[in-house]
Design a protein around this ligand. Structure first.
Ligand SMILES: Cc1ncc(COP(=O)(O)O)c(C=O)c1O
Ligand SMILES: N[C@@H](CCCC[NH3+])C(=O)O
Length: 423
């Protein structure tokens, strides 16, 4: 069930009209549905049923404290990639014992903080990183729990910028080298081998690449077992896609059942804890971005709808040519329909939210850019000295401000003029 629905011609988030939110909080803004976050998270836990598991939400997808706090209360763990994300999780009430730390270059101070708070596991991506972690743990008199992030060399069939599991990508340890690096991990005094990890890419719309990756990991686990290295958990990363347009990605239930069936052929598979790091599939369709039409600008070759949101607010269309639905919020008045490029006020030709969209709109109308809950606000910037938008979370008939719109003064907080007389 979608929690963003039209009622009498007006688009709602749960029980609140988006037009009311725009009137009260201004545009552009991000609006999230609490019920959708909950439903998407539960789809994973229900899909895994009684199989031992931990769902570590990928904080990078949407790291608002309200989102993290909500998921923490539902029992989520978290996949982090920086100490900033770790502190967010802790501030939101997340349990450090359910945190896994991914990323290709963790700094010593980040490792130290994660050890201090007692995270579940470090997903180590290279031999030098393993050595660094061993050294940091040693200095602290600690033992670091580790998984190796293995690059299984499978084609995720997604956009090249978000494909991560191929030999050519910077991520992880090549599957052929993994055995050797595991032996090193097992021999280092301040490390304890806990798991095996992979993440092959994002916005996957088929299960086949995940199953291929799992097969390769199971082969590796067999070889590890022969060498006396047993692991407690298998982390299959995130990556499950969402419908932005007409994609039909597998639901968590289908995805999990196929993985569990494959795993059951492996001796001890039923006791192996499965970790997942979903981001997009939990957050994307739990949010929209609201924007207002400033001007309609007819042109010789195309028409532009110039809106008050821009690539600095939502960069996915400009960066990946990503397609996100753009719909009018209030359809009660009849408008002439035309085809528009929906563009922002930023001084870049590449500043667009959508191209060639048929829309029945007039100046002053509100538009909702759908599927904006993941990799939306988190990728926003202040380019063109534009304050970043507000974030709101709707819960039934109540709308909470979960991040105030930035002020203009905040744009230069931390900056300084050169001292008088400086040359
Ligand atoms: C290591 C890791 N885990 C999890 C994720 C989350 O991926 P997604 O949002 O596609 O579920 C990512 C991003 O692709 C990632 O790099
Ligand atoms: N930022 C990308 C996803 C990146 C995934 C990073 N691990 C997107 O918006 O589609």
């Amino acid at each position: 069930m979608d929690h963003f629905n039209y009622r009498d011609g007006v688009l709602y988030a749960e029980d609140v009209p988006l037009s009311q939110i725009a009137a009260e909080h201004g545009t552009p803004c991000y609006v999230y549905s609490k019920a959708t976050f909950e439903r998407h998270f539960r789809a994973y836990t229900e899909a895994l049923g009684g199989h031992p598991h931990l769902i570590c939400y990928a904080v990078k997808a949407n790291s608002n404290l309200a989102v993290l706090g909500l998921l923490a209360r539902l029992g989520a763990g978290f996949d982090i990639v920086s100490v900033g994300e770790l502190e967010r999780v802790l501030t939101a009430g997340g349990d450090p014992a359910k945190v896994v730390f991914s990323g290709v270059a963790k700094q010593p101070h980040e490792m130290a903080r994660a050890l201090e708070v007692g995270i579940k596991c470090f997903n180590v991506e290279s031999r030098p990183e393993l050595e660094r972690l061993n050294a940091v743990a040693g200095e602290l008199g600690n033992v670091a729990p580790v998984s190796l992030r293995v690059n299984p060399d499978v084609d995720a069939g997604t956009h090249p910028y978000i494909s991560t599991g191929l030999k050519d990508n910077k991520f992880g340890i090549a599957v052929d080298d993994a055995l050797e690096v595991y032996e090193l991990a097992a021999s280092l005094p301040n490390l304890q081998v806990k798991g095996l990890d992979c993440h092959i890419g994002s916005q996957l719309t088929e299960t086949a690449p995940f199953l291929d990756a799992l097969d390769r990991l199971l082969m590796l686990m067999e070889r590890l077992r022969e060498r006396g290295i047993e692991i407690d958990h298998l982390d299959l990363g995130g990556g499950l896609g969402v419908p932005y347009r007409d994609e039909t990605p597998p639901q968590p239930f289908d995805y999990a059942s196929q993985l569990l069936a494959r795993l059951s052929r492996w001796k001890g598979g039923e006791n192996l804890t499965l970790l997942f790091e979903p981001g997009r599939s939990i957050a994307a369709n739990a949010g929209v971005m609201l924007t207002r039409v400033e001007f309609l600008k007819p042109g010789e070759t195309k028409n532009f709808a110039i809106v008050d949101a821009a690539m600095n607010d939502l960069i996915r269309p400009a960066l990946y040519q990503a397609w996100q639905a753009i719909v009018p919020v209030d359809t009660r008045e009849i408008r002439p329909s035309a085809v528009y490029d929906v563009v922002g006020p930023v001084c870049e030709t590449g500043d667009f939210l959508g191209k060639e969209r048929e829309l029945a709109i007039a100046e002053g109308d509100l538009l909702a850019v759908r599927s904006a809950g993941a990799y939306g606000f988190v990728m926003a910037s202040n380019y063109n000295s534009r304050p970043r938008p507000a974030e709101l979370m709707v819960d039934g008939d109540t709308c909470h401000v979960v991040r105030r719109r930035e002020t203009v003064e905040s744009l230069w907080a931390g900056e300084a003029l050169l001292p008088e007389g400086a040359r």
